[in-house]
Design a protein around this ligand. Structure first.
Ligand code: AMP
Length: 216
């Protein structure tokens, strides 16, 4: 296999699809956003350095991301990257890093979602501060059964600090300017597969599985 990369606008389902893939193929799900939020929760030096940046919707510096990432992929070859790379520089550095480790990229998925849908999902996204499960109150299939309570562990649900309307515009602009050029970068390497993010999550997952299993 090798690494699987998922590129998508905010709240298009990167985390959800990564989790499904991780469970189906028994490979680790590495979310750079989760790794950073973990540093913030543990109040480490990195956490203190990045919390304002994340809350503004900006990108954390490449060297911090590459450091954290390299620590998390040392002993594994097959894994899903959720939220990395976010710009061309990170993609180039990642190529160098995995080449030196003898690893390769398997496939890159682009989950396409129009801006208005991305915004709607951001504004209605909630997550559990205890187990990390993510909900979306805009859709019946992703609503919690009880208002603001996690179905899985019963904890209160919270809004992410960067899932606010004023932060969204900044996050989306950065996505357009810095992350979207990755589509050409990976298309030119024959690694890119585009899926429609407005379909329901299980249909998207089935399409991803058929591509991973070489049926498409
Ligand atoms: P995410 O959970 O992927 O939406 O990421 C949340 C925030 O973490 C982003 O808006 C960035 O501030 C930061 N972040 C996550 N991954 C990266 C990355 N690869 N490069 C730079 N910043 C990142």
């Amino acid at each position: 296999m090798g690494s699987i990369i998922i590129i998508a606008p905010p709240a298009a389902g990167k985390g959800t699809q990564s989790k499904f893939i991780s469970e189906r193929y028994h490979i680790p799900h590495i979310s750079t956003g989760d790794l950073l939020r973990n540093e913030i929760n543990k109040k480490t030096n990195i956490g203190l350095e990045v919390s304002n940046i994340i809350n503004k919707g900006a990108l954390v510096s490449d060297h911090i991301i590459l450091d954290i990432l390299s620590q998390n992929i040392q002993n594994i070859d097959d894994y899903i990257l959720d939220g990395f790379p976010r710009n061309i520089e990170q993609a180039k550095e990642y190529d160098k890093m995995i080449n030196s480790m003898g690893k390769k990229i398997d496939k890159v998925f682009y989950i396409h979602l129009p801006k208005e849908q991305s915004k709607l999902r951001i504004l209605s996204r909630l997550s559990c501060s205890n187990c990390g499960k993510v909900y979306n109150t805009a859709f019946d299939e992703t609503k919690p059964k009880r208002i603001n309570i996690c179905d899985a562990c019963g904890n209160n649900l919270e809004k992410r600090d960067d899932d606010l309307e004023e932060v969204f515009e900044n996050r989306y602009q950065i996505y357009e300017e810095e992350t979207k050029p990755l589509l050409d970068f990976y298309h030119n390497k024959n690694l890119l597969y585009t899926v429609d993010g407005s379909a329901d999550k299980m249909s998207i997952f089935h399409i991803i599985c058929s591509i991973l299993e070489g049926e498409k």
